[in-house]
Design a binder for this molecule. Structure first.
Ligand code: CA
Ligand code: CA
Ligand code: CA
Ligand code: CA
Length: 317
């Protein structure tokens, strides 16, 4: 399912890349190609979510490896080995170099005129971007394509989205988890340890970052709602779904305008937001219950939806 989309995307960008700003002398091949070193990373089918290339209606963002671009130092750090993010306005074909080297394991999240991604300190002239005294981190940035400005949030994220899904972006709100260890071994959720990944929300319109002090993962964000799982093990060992243990990922949501946090009280993962509804996969094993009435507790997920307007939780038939 993923490969045709990936192929189409690359073909489109390679065609567009023959734009004047970077094109070669005449009708020969474009002067650079799209980061071949990273093209083995599969794109996902979710719009605007990929590791190396992503397209929204009017904009595109993609990673170019300096070694593939005649060893031009795109991020001005004195070497020519970095994977650097470039953006394109599709109507004009104008390409802009963000000058920021992406951690190739983190996604490029493009929506509208903004793109979010993790910048790797060691690729960016060994710069300490989150002020914790080392150059070992991946620090989340948001680049505004219209304004041509980059904003560093100064916060370290877990870089590998495949292992730990930790970012979601709708063009205005970025939901992401900050690693306590990467952020200078600090306790960000107040549970007395420094081993957690703690949910933060960035509002690109106001520039404000809020720490919700919850050990979250699998975030989704849309239309003023954010949804995610909170891992009981990393949230002070609190039983959040009332099943008598502290081993579960429990579905939560935030009304972003009021900042109200709602615990749905049921173990679940992989939320998606559709209007006012949050749809997710509940876990019978973690909930310790036969949720779909088939007489067994299965490892298969059971689809649920929660309507944030009516506040009703229902099992999908
Ligand atoms: Ca460089
Ligand atoms: Ca650092
Ligand atoms: Ca902690
Ligand atoms: Ca529990």
């Amino acid at each position: 399912m993923t490969r045709p989309i990936y192929s189409l995307t690359v073909t489109l960008i390679l065609a567009l890349i023959a734009a004047p700003a970077f094109s070669q002398k005449s009708d020969s091949a474009p002067i650079f190609s799209v980061a071949p070193a990273y093209t083995r990373i599969p794109a996902t089918t979710e719009a605007g979510r990929s590791s190396f290339i992503t397209i929204d209606t009017q904009t595109a963002a993609f990673v170019v490896n300096e070694t593939e671009l005649a060893k031009i130092d795109l991020n001005a750090d004195g070497d020519s080995y970095d994977p650097v993010v470039l953006v394109m306005e599709l109507t004009s074909g104008r390409i802009t170099n963000t000058g920021l080297a992406k951690d190739y394991r983190s996604p490029l999240l493009l929506k509208g005129s903004r793109v979010a991604f993790g910048v790797k300190e060691s690729y960016q002239q060994l710069t300490d971007l989150n002020g914790d005294g080392d150059m070992l981190d991946t620090v989340v940035h948001v680049y505004d394509i219209s304004k041509k400005t980059a904003t560093s949030l100064g916060l370290a994220i877990f870089p590998n989205e495949e292992v730990f899904p930790s970012l979601a972006f709708d063009g205005r709100t970025l939901v992401f988890t900050v690693t306590e260890f990467g952020q200078g071994v600090v306790d960000l959720n107040g549970d007395g340890d420094t081993v957690d990944r703690v949910l933060h929300v960035y509002d690109a319109d106001s520039g404000k970052v809020t720490n919700f002090q919850l050990a979250g993962r699998d975030p989704a964000v849309s239309g003023g709602l954010a949804a995610f799982s909170v891992d009981e093990r990393y949230q002070a060992g609190i039983d959040l779904n009332g099943d008598g243990d502290a081993l579960d990922g429990v579905m939560h949501l935030i009304h972003l305008e009021t900042r109200n946090v709602i615990n749905l009280g049921i173990a679940g993962y992989l939320p998606a937001i559709c209007g006012s509804r949050v749809i997710f996969q509940a876990s019978e094993v973690e909930q310790g219950k036969d949720l779909n009435g088939d007489g067994s507790i299965s490892s298969d997920g059971v689809a649920y939806s929660y309507d944030a307007g009516s506040r009703i939780l229902t099992r999908e038939k």
